[in-house]
Design a protein. Structure first.
Length: 425
């Protein structure tokens, strides 16, 4: 009995102390979430430097858009938008967003790794502490105007992502890269000679579309986002600025169209010109995907009235099973014709339905099988496309067509040749 009394007395003596320790622990926990916010998250909010979001988003969103001046307001704002998992804070959507990386660009991932890791660690620790606080978990919802979020709608934010811009780059520039790759592909024999003479800036075309786009965006010396039409990436192949490789573009040809369209798109994104969904350009979902190739096509001995005119060839494949020509073209190309040199010749860009088996094959290796083909020829005899780079060939530009047997062996010395005299309406 004495021992029991002694134990009870000791326990009652220590209860205030235990309660004080526990209370301090809870208080320290609450204070810690505020301290973590003040020391590690608020500086992100106050910083003039962009967060790691810029790796994937060129405009429209930054991590600081989700932060309010106080820890409590920020937590409630994230919670109310469904960005916090109260029971498993480590699985919160805001952490998923912070940790997102550019799967096509490991170099950019490495560049942003330090800031991304610091942001993710700070937010994870802060959320863990906040989610333990019943008062914060159950705090009233903020009004819609009090929520911290980007000012741009989700459609605009997604449009300004680098992966969306890369899709455009692959379609508009990478698909036309054979016009430029001979001199500008990093590490090629011809490129090494030019680098020795002119410097590393000649090597703007890298091993992949993602690396090339990243290089062009970072260096900026070939792109003028304030005046897209004055970008050296356009003026040099037009030879409006001295270009050792000669004239590669005509205003209005497929190469110029593709390069200009991507530069215009990029410039509007980085200038944050898309404020609402209706500002976004309309997407042609039926547009065929383009694949650059080393397959050459030649029209020999073009007539005099085609001389110095922009000429476009569109190639169709014979479908043996259906016993008719395929409805969509399988290749396209354009360039200026020359009666003086008795030729029109250029590499062809292959075309395939998006996400098709053919597109998957050409993603690995762009090639055409030998067989029966049809070429349709259009000539811009009035210079309409040269005056308006957005204009397309029309029915009145059609000069005729011809069937031919295509071997389609790669390389300049193995080009497929059709006599221009065979082109008939």
């Amino acid at each position: 009995m004495n021992r029991t009394r002694s134990f009870l007395a000791s326990f009652l003596f220590f209860v205030p102390t235990i309660f004080l320790v526990v209370s301090r622990g809870i208080g320290d926990e609450k204070a810690s979430s505020a301290n973590v916010f003040e020391q590690r998250i608020l500086p992100i909010f106050k910083s003039d430097e962009p967060s790691s979001c810029v790796q994937c988003h060129l405009a429209g969103v930054d991590l600081k858009n989700y932060i309010r001046p106080s820890s409590e307001e920020t937590f409630r704002s994230l919670r109310d938008q469904g960005l916090v998992n109260l029971d498993q804070p480590e699985k919160s959507k805001i952490l998923t967003l912070i940790n997102m990386k550019d799967t096509d660009n490991p170099g950019a991932n490495l560049l942003h790794a330090k800031s991304r890791d610091a942001e993710a660690t700070a937010f994870a620790e802060w959320l863990r502490l906040c989610c333990r606080d019943p008062k914060l978990r159950n705090a009233p919802k903020l009004s819609p105007v009090e929520l911290a979020k980007p000012s741009r709608p989700n459609e605009v934010i997604r449009f300004a992502r680098t992966d969306r811009l890369l899709e455009s780059f692959e379609q508009n520039i990478w698909g036309q890269r054979h016009r430029c790759m001979g001199c500008h592909t990093e590490g090629s024999e011809q490129n090494r000679k030019l680098v020795e003479k002119n410097g590393d800036q000649v090597s703007w075309m890298k091993k992949s579309a993602a690396e090339t786009m990243t290089y062009l965006i970072r260096t900026k010396h070939l792109i003028d986002s304030d005046n897209p039409e004055k970008s050296l990436l356009l003026l040099k192949p037009l030879k409006e600025v001295e270009h050792g490789g000669g004239k590669k573009f005509l205003k209005g040809d497929l190469g110029y169209k593709g390069y200009r369209q991507w530069i215009e798109d990029y410039s509007k994104v980085v200038s944050d010109e898309y404020a609402k969904s209706s500002d976004l350009p309309k997407t042609d979902r039926k547009r065929l995907r383009e694949f650059s190739s080393d397959l050459w096509f030649k029209l020999a001995n073009p007539p005099q009235d085609w001389d110095e005119k922009l000429l476009q060839v569109t190639v169709y494949r014979w479908d043996d099973r259906a016993k008719k020509w395929e409805s969509s073209p399988i290749a396209i190309s354009d360039r200026q014709a020359s009666a003086k040199f008795k030729t029109w010749q250029h590499t062809v860009t292959l075309l395939a339905e998006p996400n098709s088996k053919r597109a998957a094959e050409w993603q690995r290796s762009a090639a055409l099988a030998p067989g029966k083909y049809l070429v349709k020829v259009h000539v811009d005899r009035n210079g309409r496309l040269l005056d308006d780079w957005k204009a397309e060939m029309r029915d009145e530009d059609f000069v005729g067509q011809a069937e031919f047997q295509g071997d389609w062996r790669p390389g300049y010395g193995a080009m497929t040749v059709v006599e221009a005299a065979k082109i008939r309406k």
